[in-house]
Design a protein around this ligand. Structure first.
Ligand code: MG
Ligand code: MG
Length: 257
């Protein structure tokens, strides 16, 4: 049996702060997505992310988190999550790049991820990206007051596995608010009707990591980068959402330009 740990319910004021943090997170992520091109390094993208944070008066969510050395996680191809940006990692035409980014505004966190193609990618890679994004959408669609955490995981898992893909078990989504990672864990797998109930005012990050082959992962010698054990492609999409009476409000949507 697990102890039920405290899950925070956000007040209207706290949700307003979460909306601001989410929207800045999304705006910066959208900007970074737009500059991805063959020949760039992942270090270049981290540098731009730092500039964008400064420009918007936001603090990085990931820098120094358990010692992480950058403001964004950039994971290429078989790298699942937590790739460390480097001036030595050059993006090539046909790569897929996961950008996982978060920021802090008024003490509240936003957290979001997308995976994009670098130049022209194979139909196989494009399908993996599409299905992973759809799996996130299915998970979000399962969110509402009273739904179970297992309903969310089951929705993500069913969609990814129906396409023949693996769903990573070792990393999961999470509650989010005044900390990047709060209770409860939000797995990308599960059984409908199982697990704790979601309640209006909870804020959670849902983040499927989906693999072309086996879902098994391992961590590289840098202590951070998680890769698929079989070195096949992986994709990652994430939104921070608030639980509402009859659904979910996505907090990490770009502001209307
Ligand atoms: Mg993230
Ligand atoms: Mg997250």
């Amino acid at each position: 049996m697990f102890m039920q740990k405290a899950v925070e319910i956000k007040s209207a004021e706290e949700l307003a702060a979460m909306r601001r943090a989410g929207s800045v997170t999304a705006d910066i992520l959208a900007h970074l997505k737009g500059i991805v091109a063959p020949g760039m390094t992942t270090g270049d993208i981290d540098k731009v992310a730092r500039e964008e944070l400064k420009k918007r008066g936001a603090k990085p969510a990931f820098l120094n988190y358990h010692g992480f050395p950058a403001v964004i996680c950039l994971s290429i191809n078989e790298e699942v999550v937590h790739g460390i940006p480097s001036p030595k990692r050059v993006l090539k035409d046909g790569d897929v790049l996961g950008l996982d980014f978060g920021c802090v505004i008024d003490r509240f966190y936003g957290d979001s991820a997308v995976t994009v193609g670098v130049g022209a990618i194979s139909p196989e890679a494009a399908r993996l990206l599409r299905v992973t994004r759809e799996s996130l959408e299915k998970g979000i669609a399962a969110v509402k007051n009273g739904a179970r955490i297992g309903d969310v995981g089951a929705a993500v898992q069913a969609h990814a596995e129906a396409a023949g893909y693996g769903v990573v078990r070792e990393f999961v989504g999470h509650g989010i608010g005044r900390a990047l990672h709060e209770e409860p864990p939000i797995p990308n797998y599960g059984k409908p009707g199982a697990g704790p109930r979601l309640k209006t005012g909870m804020t959670i990050a849902i983040e499927p990591m989906v693999t072309l082959g086996s879902y098994e992962v391992e961590t590289l010698a840098d202590g951070w980068t998680a890769v698929t054990k079989d070195r096949k492609l992986s994709a990652h999409f994430e939104h921070t959402v608030a639980v509402t009476e009859d659904g979910a409000e996505i907090l990490t949507l770009p502001s209307a330009a």
